[in-house]
Design a protein around this ligand. Structure first.
Ligand code: ZN
Length: 64
């Protein structure tokens, strides 16, 4: 079950503007780059379909 509005890593809303039907330029990910290593943690079947959330990106960067 894929929900494009839910982060596949933490199962919380990812606030993806694009998935919500708004212009992609409005998405938080336009101002914050998502590390490739973090994207690699997304299960294969959800990669490229569901965005991760800003909190996961920030947590990953704080960790790295
Ligand atoms: Zn998340």
């Amino acid at each position: 079950m894929n929900n494009p509005l839910i982060c596949p890593l933490c199962r919380k809303p990812n606030h993806c503007a694009y998935a919500a039907g708004r212009p992609a330029e409005e998405c938080w990910c336009m101002s914050l780059s998502v590390p490739k290593a973090l994207l690699a943690q997304i299960p294969d079947e959800q990669r490229g379909k569901s965005c991760v959330c800003e909190a996961c990106v920030r947590a990953y960067k704080a960790d790295a």
